[in-house]
Write a protein that binds this ligand. Structure first.
Ligand code: EPZ
Length: 435
């Protein structure tokens, strides 16, 4: 079944909402549970998202027993695990590749269908595989799946060609039981990496991570069960901060670690936004119109690529021309044509978008292509004149817990409506198919 979100635009948001636990922290921590044997990992503040459900189904398929209710998750891992991941689940979510490292470390084997490309570029896992090979794994590609085996991984020095978040997480987990010391260099430094390191250390791993892009892991024999809490979702929180700004509203977003969103706050200050930062929250105050600013997305602590679509929507109403460069993904601009359908004036030149601010956006029917592009279109719809329908809103549910309810709590007039399943004529017959 497919759904759209219908949005009545032009209403300033007001009120208070709490940011969810971070999707991109919860997923690797869930995968790390595979390193346990006859033990349980308890995780607090797990957001109720489609990607979390997919990861839970994947872990169950491998043999885990999972209880999950109201943000509380417990993952019990038996003595024996399967190491062959189900293609239908892996193809749904790229983050499935995060089970590769733990399975190799724990079982000495792993079979993982290559994750499909998606709307934000090809997204290979070559850096993951290169690092695992250096640790002594044998990697074969068989019918589009990675067949990895390792007779005990060996610690070594690995320099990442790019500070890949997923590669850092996979190699970190693979190194936990490796023989000797593993030194990962030029690693990703996102807060979600630190959350994973802290989780693994609480489970008994020996890891040194000082935030400089070097992580040292001493191999141990086994890990024990633990209880951890997921850090706040910095991207979701910033999405609501931007929703407040784009609608000229007054909103308090709680459950924030301010230093995790410094890059956005600095950019918003430069653009003339009006907000107050407190210990665990940000209060957004109304502002007439932002001034144009320019930015380039970079690995953390640079400006996050996961906020690029949402900031672009916000700057499409700013005074002047903003230049936005996408420095992480090869193509993350599918939201541009959709925003232009709403009257935005955005011109693409390679991996750079020039956003000439307009006075007003006009409601339209637009299509979400991935979760952050979908969020950007919702923000644009909240600010636009008249009504907007964002189709294929399922993309947004992968990363935003109850977004329609949260926006309604803030006074937004939004409604999620089922849409006709896509129907295609096949040799004259009409075949209704699940969208
Ligand atoms: C993580 O994806 C996040 N997902 C993404 O968030 C985020 O956009 C991305 O990091 C960058 O910050 C999760 O944490 C679950 P990468 P990941 O490996 O690990 C290239 C969202 O919206 N690359 O850092 O897949 C890759 O093609 C999602 O929540 C290789 O070339 O990102 C991309 O251009 C979207 N080879 C760049 O590096 C590799 O082996 C960054 O990828 C790995 C990556």
């Amino acid at each position: 079944m497919d759904y759209k979100m219908k949005i009545a635009g032009g209403i300033p948001l007001h009120g208070k909402i709490e940011a969810q636990g971070a999707k991109n922290a919860a997923l690797p921590v869930m995968a790390a549970s595979l390193l346990l044997k006859d033990a349980t990992l308890r995780i607090h503040k797990v957001p109720r998202l489609h990607d979390v459900i997919t990861m839970a189904d994947l872990l169950r398929d491998l043999g885990a027993d999972i209880f999950y209710e109201k943000g509380e998750m417990s993952i019990s891992i038996p003595e024996e695990l399967s190491w062959e991941t189900p293609a239908n689940l892996v193809r749904k979510m790229r983050a499935s590749s995060l089970v590769l490292g733990p399975l190799l470390a724990r079982c000495g084997r792993a079979i993982l269908p290559l994750p499909g490309g998606c709307s934000i570029g090809s997204r290979p896992i070559d850096l993951h595989l290169k690092g695992l090979s250096r640790m002594g794994a044998t990697i074969d590609l068989v019918h589009g799946a990675v067949h990895a085996t390792a007779n005990g991984l060996k610690g070594c020095r690995i320099y990442l060609d790019f500070p890949s978040v997923g590669a850092t997480e996979n190699l970190l987990m693979a190194a936990v039981f490796a023989q000797g010391e593993t030194v990962l260099e030029n690693t990703a430094r996102e807060p979600e990496i630190t959350n994973l390191v802290q989780t693994l250390k609480a489970m008994g791993a020996i890891i040194e991570e000082d935030g400089t892009g070097v992580i040292r892991i001493q191999g141990v024999d086994e890990l024990h069960g633990e209880e951890i809490t997921v850090i706040p979702d910095r991207i979701e929180a910033c999405t609501y901060i931007l929703a407040a700004i784009i609608t000229g509203g007054e909103v308090e977003v709680t459950n924030i670690i301010p230093q995790h969103i410094d890059s956005l706050l600095a950019k918003l200050e430069e653009a003339g936004a009006n907000f107050t930062v407190e210990q665990d929250r940000v209060l957004v105050h109304p502002v007439k119109r932002l001034k144009a600013v320019s930015l380039k997305t970079l690995p953390y602590p640079g400006f996050p690529t996961d906020l690029q679509p949402q900031v672009m929507a916000t700057l499409s109403l700013a005074e002047g021309a903003s230049v936005i460069q996408e420095g992480v993904f090869q193509s993350r601009f599918l939201h541009v044509s959709e925003l232009n359908k709403m009257g935005a004036k955005i011109e693409l030149q390679g991996n750079t978008a020039v956003v000439t601010g307009v006075e007003q956006l006009i409601g339209a029917d637009v299509n979400a292509t991935d979760l952050r592009a979908g969020a950007a279109l919702i923000l644009a719809g909240l600010a636009a004149k008249d009504e907007t329908s964002v189709f294929h809103i399922g993309h947004v549910w992968r990363g935003y817990e109850d977004m329609d309810i949260k926006l309604q709590q803030l006074g937004g007039r939004v409604e999620v409506i089922p849409t006709e399943p896509l129907s295609t004529k096949v040799n004259g017959a009409v075949r209704k198919e699940e969208a």
